[in-house]
Design a protein around this ligand. Sequence first.
Ligand code: SF4
Length: 114
Amino acid sequence: MTDSLFPDLEPVQTPDRFEGMGHDARRTARQADLIAAGANPATRLPLHRDAATDRSGPGLRCRDCTHLYRTGAGNKDFLKCEKAGTYNARGSWGPDVRAWWPACRLFESKDQPE
Ligand code: SF4
């Protein structure tokens, strides 16, 4: 028996599928979920129609995009997407980008002449 006066209004509890995982592992799992759902984890936009479909096969990836840049902090540097800050909800610089991530629909080839 529940102690609540309104047991039907208790929030539904769902199992935490990330339980026991560390912060980095959770983030990696969420990013993998986004890719599996057809979105790029940096911009969270749908993937480009010619994006890579797996981690090692052919197709467009962030590494080939002109919007990917390297920035540094201390002794480390990180890959960022100049479009991610625009599109993520918090307006931050966005997550560190993995070069192998499949390209989103904002992809522009860095090999194109200016
Ligand atoms: S494809 Fe380009 S614009 Fe899209 S997330 Fe990757 S680096 Fe950013």
